[in-house]
Design a protein around this ligand. Structure first.
Ligand code: NAD
Length: 308
């Protein structure tokens, strides 16, 4: 039987976020913005310097997007402390949110080291996008306190948190994470079982692959495919705009892996298309101002795009 900790009834006051890259920095900032003390842990001070620049940038984004005041931003920044020593970073935390690279070997080694120094009650939650918690729970000393807490890019506005346990996750820990997600301004989306891709990507990835298939099979051009989705589904963005937001590096990794797995000729053509048009040219999406569309004013946002 799983063990229930007294701490599972108490709100978490201090969180360690491991990995302060794209998502880790956003998660750390969102937790601190919600009034929680955060230890931002990364491997060296150069990473923490980059994280501080990310936090400053996020402060400007929260002011612009959420109307956060200067006082709120300053209080948020004051709640985040950087640390490169795992033992002192995790001391006194009720929760570790892991956002280190999507590499099973790196994650396993991290969870082994973490288990050796973390307080016995600390919950380990992974933000992994493609791995499931049973893949790393066994490398910890507390599998019943391990689960996934998966955020979406730009957490402050795409505010879902998908919560997924493995068969041995303590239900009290799971319930605690649902409450925690809510507390930091996320809409908690609990999953009843392990599912690679969680809810959103299980639905979204096949739709995006279908759109790319229509394109490489020359059934229609990208604008026409996007219009079909946007007008009929009353959506402000279509599949090619979504792909630009995700970024072509990730799109290439996913489509290449799919082509290798299935050997399907359309999947192979998609991966080749993404490589030649985007990876080789450096037009890797919205973040660099050019992907399928040009930014910051992509044509699909112009009201005439979907006009009759
Ligand atoms: P990233 O490469 O931007 O950041 C990873 C960070 O982890 C870096 O700062 C790196 O220095 C640090 N790191 C490396 N090894 C470490 C270790 N042993 N201990 C502590 N820190 C370490 O990656 P990311 O895009 O933020 O992704 C992180 C995780 O979040 C992945 O599991 C990914 O699947 C998931 N995720 C990413 C997105 C996204 O849109 N980028 C969305 C949802 C989930």
């Amino acid at each position: 039987m799983p063990t229930h900790s007294l701490n599972d009834n108490q709100p978490i006051a201090r969180v360690m976020v491991a990995g302060t890259g794209v998502l880790g920095a956003q998660i750390a900032f969102q937790c601190a913005f919600s009034g929680i003390d955060v230890v931002a842990y990364d491997v060296d001070t150069a990473c923490l310097d980059r994280a501080n620049a990310r936090f400053d940038a996020l402060g400007r984004v929260y002011a612009a997007d959420l109307g956060a005041s200067r006082e709120q931003i300053e209080a948020t920044l004051a709640r985040i402390e950087g640390n490169t020593d795992l033992g002192s970073a995790v001391a006194g935390t009720g929760l570790v949110i892991e956002a280190i690279p999507e590499d099973l070997a790196i994650k396993q080694s991290f969870y082994r080291s973490l288990s050796a120094v973390a307080p016995a009650d600390t919950i380990f939650a992974s933000n992994s996008s493609t791995l499931v918690p049973s893949q790393f729970a066994m490398f910890t000393d507390r599998p019943e306190r391990v689960l996934s807490l998966h955020f979406a890019h730009e957490v402050w506005k795409n505010n879902i948190a998908e919560i997924m346990g493995h068969p041995g996750t303590d239900p009290a820990v799971f319930a605690h994470m649902v409450q925690f997600a809510h507390r930091i301004g996320m809409v908690p989306l609990p999953l009843r079982k392990e599912q690679p891709g969680y809810l959103l990507n299980t639905m979204l990835v096949p739709m995006l692959i279908a759109a790319l298939s229509l394109l490489v099979n020359e059934v229609a051009d990208m604008q026409t495919i996007d219009k079909a989705w946007m007008i009929a589904k009353a959506d402000r963005i279509g599949p090619f705009g979504i792909l630009d937001g995700i970024g072509m590096t990730t799109v290439y990794n996913v489509t290449r892996a799919l082509a290798e797995r299935t050997g399907d000729s359309t999947h192979r053509r998609i991966a080749e298309y993404v490589k030649t048009h985007f990876i080789d040219t450096g037009y890797i999406g919205e973040s660099v101002g050019r992907g399928f569309y040009r930014y910051p004013d992509p044509e699909f946002l112009n009201p005439t795009f979907v006009a009759a």
